[in-house]
Design a protein. Structure first.
Length: 397
């Protein structure tokens, strides 16, 4: 087979389309988007919204936040489940069998972060069976002390049962997980499946390939946090085809269906969660977009360069810069806008970047219920402030 040769631009566009940012929006609403991506990362930080809400917003537009939660956990349909994929993630329920390899690995090890106290799992199973879904607080509390790592016995027990697949998070209430027995929450036909490790890995690598469009072995491994040798052992069976990408040092593989379909359509203009799957792999984001991003939420304030929760600004298929957002009453405030140097280098680019920023800010404002937008600091300092102000004043595009 002759390997396809892709330019860096073609690879970038393939990823944008695969991730739902170029061409038609993902079909089927939030559920369809989750099926397309395969995983939506969770995080506790909430600025404009939590990350798992920002991900569908970025692709689908102003979908109701209640509809997002319902698609993940609501109405007793359990269309998704939470598990360890690319960190803690929301996954399509149909993929429950594919994580059997990870559940078995935890079971063989016997623990993950904490040794499991004897007898506590039996108590938790009995209570869930008799009382129905419960939070950790209802089971006996999450912490043994004020230290974040010092879990109570019940917290250790319930998380272990989640790790090995005996319980499932069936919803979130005030960000607390609500747990139930897997035998009640997971459809019987999925619960009965027990694919071997090779089958699990093959399917997950195939899903990663579709979600990325084109990827190196490291990219494929990172998507579900597999090992690179695990990817190497199944990449051919996963149906991905080898390609070369100009400027990429490592060999790559592509989804053959993605290669067969011309990449066309409109680009999305939006703010991205730092945990969005388009940018969660920092090395890949640098390679594909020439964009180096770092979450600074845990960096001391005085040492932050771009802001607490700087959100990449996507427009025209490029990452133009970052916005550090906040809300003050009915105003969405951009504490700092940091443009990439190339995005404001010429008058034409500066004007286009200002218009993209205004569009992204006004759309986000409307989604979170704000009726005004204000930009505070702009970086670099030489950017024409009047140009930005005029674009913001013009209102939503």
């Amino acid at each position: 087979m002759v390997e396809a040769e892709l330019s860096a631009d073609e690879a970038r566009r393939l990823q944008l389309r695969a991730q739902g940012f170029l061409g038609a929006r993902p079909r089927g609403g939030v559920t369809g988007m989750l099926e397309r991506l395969g995983a939506v990362q969770l995080d506790t930080i909430s600025v404009l919204a939590r990350s798992h809400e920002l991900v569908p917003y970025a692709r689908l537009g102003p979908v109701g936040r209640g509809a997002i939660e319902t698609a993940y956990w609501g109405n007793g349909s359990f269309g998704a489940f939470e598990y360890w994929a690319h960190a803690a993630s929301i996954l399509p329920m149909r993929d429950w069998p594919l994580f059997a390899f990870r559940r078995r690995a935890y079971l063989r090890r016997g623990w993950r972060w904490h040794k499991v106290p004897e007898g506590v799992c039996d108590e938790i199973r009995d209570r869930l069976r008799s009382e129905g879904p419960l939070t950790t607080k209802e089971l006996g509390g999450a912490k043994a002390s004020a230290e974040w790592w010092d879990w109570s016995e019940h917290k250790i027990g319930i998380e272990w049962l989640l790790d090995v697949g005996e319980v499932v998070c069936v919803e979130r209430v005030g960000w607390r997980r609500v747990y139930d027995l897997a035998e009640r929450a997971v459809p019987a036909e999925l619960l009965a499946q027990d694919p071997d490790d090779e089958a699990c890995l093959t399917a997950l690598v195939a899903r990663a390939g579709r979600a990325l469009g084109v990827a190196t072995r490291g990219d494929l491994a990172d998507y579900y946090r597999l090992k690179q040798d695990q990817v190497a052992g199944v990449v051919e069976a996963a149906g991905l085809v080898p390609v070369t990408v100009a400027g990429w040092r490592q060999p790559a593989w592509a989804d053959p269906e993605a290669l067969a379909a011309p990449v066309r359509g409109r680009h999305a203009t939006t703010l991205l969660s730092p945990f969005d799957s388009l940018v969660w792999d920092r090395a890949r984001t640098s390679r594909v977009f020439g964009f180096d991003h770092r979450l600074e939420a845990y960096v001391p304030k005085a040492k932050r360069v771009h802001g607490y929760f700087a959100m990449p600004l996507l427009a025209g298929g490029r990452l133009l810069g970052r916005v550090d957002p906040a809300r003050e009453g009915g105003t969405l405030v951009a504490r700092q806008v940091s443009f990439e140097p190339w995005a404001t280098r010429t008058a034409g680019r500066a004007e286009a970047s200002a218009a993209s920023l205004a569009t992204a800010l006004w759309r986000a404002a409307a989604w979170v219920g704000c009726d005004d937008v204000r930009v505070e600091r702009i970086v670099p300092d030489g950017v024409d402030r009047a140009l930005i102000d005029a674009a913001i004043k013009a209102g939503p595009a």
